[in-house]
Design a protein around this ligand. Sequence first.
Ligand code: BYC
Length: 330
Amino acid sequence: MYAQGLIGADAATTEDAAFLERFQARIDAEEKIEPNDPMPAGYRKTLIRQIGQHAHSEIVGMLPEGNWITRAPSLRRKAALLAKVQDEGGHGLYLYAAAETLGVTRDQMTEELLSGKAKYSSIFNYPTPTWADIGAIGWLVDGAAIMNQIPLCRCSYGPYARAMIRVCKEESFHQRQGYEIMMTLARGAPAQKDMAQDALNRWWWPSLVMFGPPDSDSVHGDQSMAWKIKRFTNDELRRKFINATVPQAEFIDLTVPDPDLRWNDDTQSYEHGPIDWDEFWRVVKGHGQMNRDRIAARRKAWEDGAWVRDAAVAHGEKRRTRHTAALAAE
Ligand code: BYC
């Protein structure tokens, strides 16, 4: 709907100092930028990159959890998990649609995901060997997602900000279902509590790095903050997440696997131990445990779905022809 005649999508906008100043003034005045508004090519490119990667993360994120739909321990758990995984598919859809308003096509974005050019969140390259992993993903991964995405509801780009509102409401339900699974396990038999602790041990550090590299290594951070795409830096969000999550772990009597974790009275914040950034970059560069499986699964889904896309296009063409014929007959 938006994709026709996007101003500046052909890089024809003249980005002189006056243009950039006017654009920044709109951002500073908290105006929303809409698809047909003039915008610097860099702003458009940053958004396509971030929203595209966010969309990919949602649909790749369906895979580790989808692994447990047939094995959920009760009908209630199965229904909740099924709904959650379906929600993630919906989030992917809103986000792809938001990215399309910037002039990129769904096919282009998919091609970039499958070729490895576009990233998706590092977190989804870890396996889910036990049911407690589903609890840990809901609690920690969706918890981290909410921390990151609530500020995105105030992002300067209108379609992205609006998409985030519904996404955040659903993520909040996801986080609660995950925490409730962890609470049930942590208060269950010793073997169940061990499962919950083991899942926390494996998901804690990967959840912390979801927020991206430290601010000192964040390539896009400063510019994205200036454009109000991001409202908090990677480290700020990481700190907020730790501060919110440690008391939740204590409440269900689980131990955060960080021997250096300390409350700092001066900053009213936790200090965490060193993060293994080499491990983060290894996973981001495609060498995590599940990277290959995830891309293979997405490639299969894309190829298997070709007939659906073809049928939808053929159906659309048939309707258009019929409509044109009906108009001609009037
Ligand atoms: N994994 O300059 P930086 C979900 C990349 S879905 C992989 O700080 P930026 C959910 C980064 O892309 C969760 N790559 O980047 C779904 C950049 O590389 P490029 C996804 C990462 O963009 C299902 C480079 O490192 N959420 O919640 O300013 C079930 C330098 O980083 C990661 C979003 O996508 C990573 N963790 O900040 C449950 C939220 N971190 O692009 C839950 C939207 C960084 O130059 N995205 N990189 O090749 C954002 O808020 C920002 O893009 C980030 C990174 C905070 C992630």
